[in-house]
Design a protein around this ligand. Structure first.
Ligand code: ATP
Ligand code: MG
Length: 414
């Protein structure tokens, strides 16, 4: 048997970790709902081709990070490293191309074989939103506004900065890529090993290299804004104007690129300086080429994804639910009645902790541990008068009530 350890880069969500994870998802769903985005769930694995073709053979994800395996039927499958490619696949396989616009939000696990560290796992989780079928920059603005609303709902918006860039259209990108490669060729020997490889395969990625030497070289690289076609410039201006109209502040970052090959026009990230090296909390952009790349009609799309683990680190403890009432049966007869009383209270909407066995002392210890607001004692005396004793666990005061009065009396503790 394998040793009893979680696989490196994975972790269990227990207690507070689990609560804050769910809190992030709930807040994201609620914000998405206000913008008219409904939930979508796609499988956690897909045919490898879905990612290989769309993410680009040269992206870091495809070359280094994918969990790919052959299943028993001989198909090559891959655990999804991100959500967008599977969603695009769902549009095509579900024949949804006449249902535009599609407005979706999602949450779930993603898998990348990376070096685990703070804020970087091998199974991590994302929330995300996709707007498919809207070519107009008003779509980019809405999607960014939803991202900001989500961060705001989690009270982390003030801890982040929205960084914005454009990757232009195909024509702008080709012209820029040429200029960038021409410039970087002059420094080939001084680039990091990774970036030397990127220079041949995916030069734009060098722009967001974390390597200090690369950074100084990149600082003087040609600027994308000088290579934008008038159309691409107009698109970017419209996005910026739309954000200004909504009062959404941003900083231009000409070095911001997305790691995946299917992005165009708008690229954005919400970053923070509160998480050390893994400062990107939420990242997104426009991906007009994606669905066509998968064999569909040209279909515009724009969206984002955010790491739940990184968001959880920013949000701190999640709000707790309603405080419990502990129902404590004392003696065999009391325990029996306690089961029914607990069931009745639960069906009436109370949060109820039942002590199974062990009497008053253990019941109170447990009540204290879970932070219960009140305890309901059901012992011999209480049963004799068809009643219960309710103890307020904050001030210790006790009240005798009849079982018929119990619910009304406990209403104060809800
Ligand atoms: P990075 O530069 O940090 O590797 P990325 O460009 O690979 O990020 P995206 O693919 O854009 O990231 O994913 C969007 C978000 O998902 C990230 O901003 C981050 O919050 C989260 N994320 C990505 N990879 C991981 C990971 N391995 N562990 C935890 N969260 C992650
Ligand atoms: Mg990455």
């Amino acid at each position: 048997m394998a040793k009893l350890q979680p696989v490196r880069g994975t972790r269990d969500l227990i207690g507070e970790d689990s609560r804050s994870h769910i809190h992030v998802i709930d807040a994201a769903r609620a914000a998405a709902g206000r913008y008219g985005y409904t939930p979508i769930e796609t499988p956690v694995f897909e045919f490898t081709d879905v990612f290989q073709r769309t993410l680009g053979e040269t992206s870091d994800i495809v070359t280094k990070e994918m969990y790919t395996f052959e299943d028993k039927g001989g198909d090559s499958l891959t655990l999804r490293p991100e959500g967008t490619a599977g969603i695009a696949r769902a549009v095509l396989s579900g024949g949804l191309q006449n249902e535009m616009p599609l407005k979706w939000c999602y949450a779930g696990p993603m898998f990348r074989h990376e070096r685990p560290q703070k804020g970087r796992l091998r199974q991590f989780h994302q929330i995300g939103a996709e707007l498919i079928g809207v070519a107009d920059p008003v779509g980019d603005v809405e999607v960014i506004a939803l991202a900001a609303a989500t961060l705001d709902a989690l009270s982390v918006l003030p801890a982040t900065t929205l960084e914005l860039n454009t990757l232009g259209d195909g024509e702008s990108r080709d012209a820029y890529r040429q200029a960038l490669v021409a410039y970087l060729e002059g420094f080939r020997d001084r680039l990091s090993e990774d970036s030397q490889q990127r220079l041949d395969r995916n030069p734009l990625r060098i722009l967001d290299s974390k390597n200090a030497g690369d950074k100084t070289i990149v600082a003087d690289a040609p600027s994308f804004s000088d290579y934008l076609t008038p159309d691409a410039q107009a698109f970017f201006d419209a996005v910026r104007g739309g954000l200004d109209d909504l009062g959404i502040a941003y900083q231009l970052n000409p070095r911001l690129v997305r790691g995946l090959d299917y992005y165009c026009h708008t690229a954005f990230e919400f970053t923070t300086d509160q998480l050390g090296a893994q400062g990107t909390v939420l990242a997104g952009g426009r991906y007009d080429g994606l669905i066509e790349m998968m064999g569909g009609q040209p279909t515009p799309g724009v969206g984002w994804a955010a790491g739940i683990e990184r968001l959880s680190m920013l949000t701190g403890p999640a709000p707790t639910g309603p405080r419990a009432v502990s129902v404590i049966g004392i003696g065999a007869a009391g325990e029996k009645v306690a089961v029914k009383v607990a069931q009745d209270l639960r069906q009436s909407g109370f949060t109820v902790e039942l002590n199974y066995r062990g009497g008053l002392k253990r019941g109170l210890k447990r009540a204290d541990k879970i932070g219960a607001a009140a305890a309901v004692f059901l012992g011999e005396d209480e049963l004799a008068r068809d009643g219960a004793t309710v103890r307020n666990l904050d001030d210790g005061s006790q009240t005798d009530v009849t079982l018929a009065e119990l619910k009304d009396h406990l209403a104060a503790y809800r």
